[in-house]
Design a protein around this ligand. Structure first.
Ligand SMILES: Nc1ncnc2c1ncn2[C@@H]1O[C@H](COP(=O)(O)OP(=O)(O)O)[C@@H](O)[C@H]1O
Ligand SMILES: [Mg+2]
Length: 286
């Protein structure tokens, strides 16, 4: 038996999920990438949202619309597909690589091509990522506000080490939406990726209102197989506060640790750092 091959460390893959827009998925992915790289992890961020907000925040300035992108790596046509390594770009942060979105249309078009493909519709991202799984400790996938085929690809991206991270606000969600989200993840677990697990539920834009505090139990009831990372027991310390400065810093290309505001530099940075610890739990250290 080739021990080297069996012991090869491969990335843990984490997909941010929530079909509602504006809840903080992109902000979370960016901050987690930063928190992970500060821990010395090798990080890849995959932008699977045609809007490309993650790419806008992380990509170097010279990335132009004509550049190859994640859409090319997912192309079901053997002739048109580009290996993921040719698509990856360095980011504003050393140690974080990015599979970018360079044009919204390209990713939307490729999703249609994937849907029309005869075989392997759910596995295009898995196939694309295969060659680089051993080069990262953590692969973070940002998703569009949708439960479509790209999300299914994101959830089935790793054969045996993947987590679905729910990002949501505590007071703006619909029961129907949570049921559909849970069914989507469970459907992928059942049919495409039995090793897919729930990571947990990250509560974002937390204002610590009565309404929010009361709703945490309802949220937990929708996700019996995972944990809501906000509880009275620790004074809701793991909920990400609604602080406009978080948005300002990210837009300025700064990590929380680089902020001049002590709330961000300490409190927010520590929240994301603990999330990374949770995400990497059970994974051998580098
Ligand atoms: N904790 C937060 N505090 C303040 N603003 C936030 C916070 N998280 C996200 N935002 C802002 O809210 C908007 C939506 O967040 P975003 O991360 O883009 O959500 P999604 O990716 O789910 O659509 C963005 O303008 C973002 O800067
Ligand atoms: Mg987003």
């Amino acid at each position: 038996m080739n021990l080297r091959a069996t012991n090869r460390r491969v990335a843990r893959v984490v997909a941010a999920v929530m079909q509602k827009g504006g809840v903080g998925k992109t902000t979370t992915i960016i901050n987690l990438a930063r928190a992970a790289v500060l821990k010395g992890l090798r990080v890849l961020v995959c932008d699977l949202d045609p809007q490309g907000n993650t790419t806008d925040a992380l990509a170097p300035d010279d990335l132009d619309e004509e550049s190859v992108s994640i859409a090319d790596a997912l192309n079901p046509s053997d002739k048109d597909r580009v290996p993921i390594k040719e698509v990856l770009v360095k980011t504003i942060w050393d140690g974080v690589d990015l599979a970018p979105v360079t044009s919204p249309e390209a990713l939307a078009t490729v999703e249609e091509l994937i849907a029309a493909a005869k075989h392997g519709r759910e596995y295009r991202l898995r196939e694309a990522l295969q060659p680089v799984l051993g080069e990262y400790d953590l692969i973070l996938i940002d998703n569009a506000p949708s439960l479509g085929l790209l999300l299914v690809n994101a959830l089935a991206a790793a054969e045996d080490d993947e987590l679905a991270l729910v990002v949501m606000e505590a007071d703006r969600w619909s029961t129907k939406g949570l049921v559909m989200l849970r069914k989507t993840v469970e459907g992928v677990q059942r049919y495409y990726s039995p090793r897919l697990q729930w990571a947990g539920i990250l509560i974002s834009k937390w204002r610590n209102t009565n309404d929010e505090r009361e709703k945490l139990d309802d949220i937990a009831a929708h996700f019996p197989n995972t944990e809501v990372w906000a509880s009275a027991a620790d004074d809701y310390r793991d909920a990400v506060p609604l602080w406009n400065k978080i948005k300002t810093e990210i837009n300025a290309g700064k990590g929380m640790d680089e902020s001049s505001d002590v709330r961000l530099r300490v409190t927010a940075a520590e929240i994301y750092s603990r999330v990374v610890d949770r995400l990497m739990a059970g994974k051998e250290a580098a």
